[in-house]
Design a binder for this molecule. Structure first.
Ligand code: F6P
Length: 323
């Protein structure tokens, strides 16, 4: 193997830079040239890539986002887009590709690998909804930023006897909402896997108010049917039904742009090196992840197009604590 390319794709995640650094430096250690592709699959189709040396990836381990840029490419979903990408890789003499990203990105990796090109995926998304890994790069940072917001909202809520609806990212998976909600002692957590109706939220808030609480936090994952707007509309009919004054905060992309925690930097470093080791051992078509504390390789074909739900033990925990 003489040269590899790296790209980051889909929603950015804190720790992606640390992963790029790890892949690059471990390739250079083995005298393998590295090309950094700009803005994900689209950059591969448009042939936007440059050589990376050790210094190009210096001073980035602590920075959120991805210095290579990221995008969601419609063109790569077409066969014509994938053929263009393959032509560009061949013209530049690139032997393999490392894709750092989440669900959609690794589905792309599986498609390219299916055409005979060696690809290794690195599990990275704040959503932690990828099969083949217990944890993804970026998720720990996103949980911590969400938790900080919850703690702050609880403090101001307490001063004003208010309840806060807090909406987190997480598209189809409630992991981020669940973990931050549990760690933040939320009164209610509503996720696609354990959705709580507006009616029930009102009942639980009223009960908390009647028990003498001065604040209440309701964490709502973006993917639920009864989202913040619908809950507010429900309460609009009867403003006194919950006792508390009610406010809503949508955290959105704020949690995606934070500097990575130590956990995410270390995970990204370990997975980045593992991706290169896998390629050097001649193993491609896999996602490198971490399961039960060990670095693992899972066939991309097994994880493509699937969303990992939250574990039932977390759902049980939320049920027990919702009192
Ligand atoms: O990367 C995952 C994610 O942050 C989801 O939680 C969210 O639904 C989505 O990306 C938002 O995507 P975009 O940044 O394209 O609006």
């Amino acid at each position: 193997m003489k040269a590899i390319a790296i790209l980051t794709s889909g929603g950015d995640a804190p720790g992606m830079n640390a992963a790029i650094r790890a892949v690059t430096r471990s390739a250079l250690n083995r005298d393998i040239a590295v090309f950094g592709v700009r803005e994900g699959w689209q950059g591969l189709i448009d042939d936007r890539m440059t050589r990376l040396n050790a210094r190009d990836v210096g001073g980035i381990i602590q920075i959120g986002g991805t210095f290579l840029g990221s995008a969601r490419s419609k063109e790569f979903r077409e066969e014509s887009g994938r053929s263009k990408a393959l032509r560009n890789l061949a013209t530049r003499g690139i032997d393999a590709l490392v894709v750092i990203g989440g669900n959609g990105s690794q589905t792309g990796s599986a498609a390219l690998h299916g055409l005979g090109f060696p690809v290794v995926g690195v599990a990275s998304t704040i959503d932690n909804d990828l099969f083949g890994t217990d944890v993804t790069i970026g998720c720990d940072t996103a949980i911590n930023v969400t938790l900080e917001a919850i703690d702050n909202l609880r403090t101001t809520g307490s001063s004003h006897t208010r309840a806060f609806l807090v909406e987190t990212m997480g598209r189809n998976c409630g992991y981020l909402a669940m973990m931050a909600g549990l760690a933040g002692g939320a009164e209610v957590i509503s996720t696609p896997e354990l959705e709580v109706s507006a009616f029930e939220i009102a009942e639980r808030l009223r009960a908390a108010y009647d028990r003498g609480k001065t604040h209440a936090i309701v964490v709502i994952a973006e993917g639920v049917k009864e989202n913040v707007a619908r809950i507010l509309a429900h309460f609009e009919k009867d403003r006194d039904m919950v006792g508390f004054e009610l406010r809503a905060t949508v955290l959105g992309h704020v949690v995606r742009g934070a500097p990575p925690t130590a956990f995410d930097r270390l995970l990204a470093t370990r997975l980045g090196v593992a991706a290169l080791t896998s390629l050097a051992e001649g193993v491609s078509g896999v996602l490198v992840g971490e399961q039960r504390g060990e670095i693992t390789r899972t066939p991309l074909a097994e994880i493509a197009g699937r969303t990992k739900p939250i574990s039932t033990s977390l759902i049980d925990l939320a049920r027990v604590l919702a009192q």
